[in-house]
Design a protein around this ligand. Structure first.
Ligand SMILES: [Fe+2]
Ligand SMILES: [Fe+2]
Length: 268
């Protein structure tokens, strides 16, 4: 049986730091057969529409943010994990290149501001899939931002919309929501389509565009898929607000307290 970890929307450097650290420790410990990062791994704040005309646009932070992602996620992940890792294209991943094409076409370069180059994916042996990736029988992974995928406010609904479009089971990110929805059709419900959204690992307090109170229908989570031949079983691993989580009964990252409520140690 294969075990595949699917991670989305770290939005580095706006990631939930403890969740990122615990996730990397978990992957080193659990040694899944494959890791799929489904996109928005880096936020690239400067070339975003929320920054247009504001101070942030002039922050010249694209390379700095890419360097931060390499230093705090890609390199540490690779230190203890050498199996297959795939990154998918996403709206935030496309930001620097799109900005250059739309706002500064005279400086266009085919490679330099593309995400695989910014994150040095070749050097770290990470595959890149710009739109979608068929990772298991009957299943495709896609970020969720592509044209023609209508967004739903219900967790899992956007992935279900994508599943209807592709006529395949879909796992996606982008919405920052975590949920699984299935839909059956045909005689005796013979045909089933499933959509999975794996949540995000961004620190909601750092999403300045949500306003001071940080209202957003977002969930901290990631995905874990079990694949045995043609059988595929999706699951969502909920991440607590302190960045800890539990997989197969094992807790990663929780802070232990004694009977008096005092901190005694950190699990990771
Ligand atoms: Fe995102
Ligand atoms: Fe996205």
């Amino acid at each position: 049986m294969k075990r595949i970890v699917i991670v989305s929307d770290l939005q580095m450097p706006l990631e939930h730091k403890a969740a990122n650290r615990n996730l990397i420790n978990f992957i080193h410990d659990y040694q899944p057969d494959e890791v799929i990062n489904i996109g928005d791994i880096t936020d690239y704040t400067a070339p975003g529409r929320w920054s247009a005309g504001k101070r942030a646009e002039y922050g010249m932070s694209v390379k700095e943010e890419a360097g931060y992602t390499v230093a705090n996620h890609v390199r540490p992940l690779r230190k203890g994990y050498d199996k297959k890792v795939t990154l998918l294209g996403s709206n935030h991943g496309e930001r620097p290149h799109k900005y250059l094409v739309e706002r500064c076409p005279a400086m266009y370069d085919e490679v330099i501001f593309q995400e695989p180059h910014l994150l040095r994916l070749d050097e770290f042996g990470i595959d890149f899939e710009p739109l979608k990736y068929d990772f298991a029988p009957g299943w495709t992974a896609t970020h969720g931002h592509a044209k023609g995928i209508s967004l739903s406010r219900f967790a899992g609904g956007t992935a279900m919309n994508a599943a209807r479009k592709f006529q395949k089971n879909v796992v996606c990110g982008h919405t920052h929501r975590a949920g699984i929805i299935s839909e059956s059709s045909g005689e005796f419900a013979a045909r089933q389509l499933t959509g999975v959204e794996v949540g995000c690992l961004m620190d909601i307090k750092k999403a300045s565009y949500l306003g001071a109170a940080g209202f957003g229908n977002w969930q901290l989570a990631f995905g874990l898929f079990y694949v045995n031949g043609n059988r595929v079983s999706p699951s969502i691993i909920d991440v607590e607000r302190d960045g800890s989580f539990m997989v197969e009964g094992e807790v990663y990252g929780s802070v232990k307290r004694n009977a008096l409520g005092r901190f005694v140690s950190s699990a990771t």
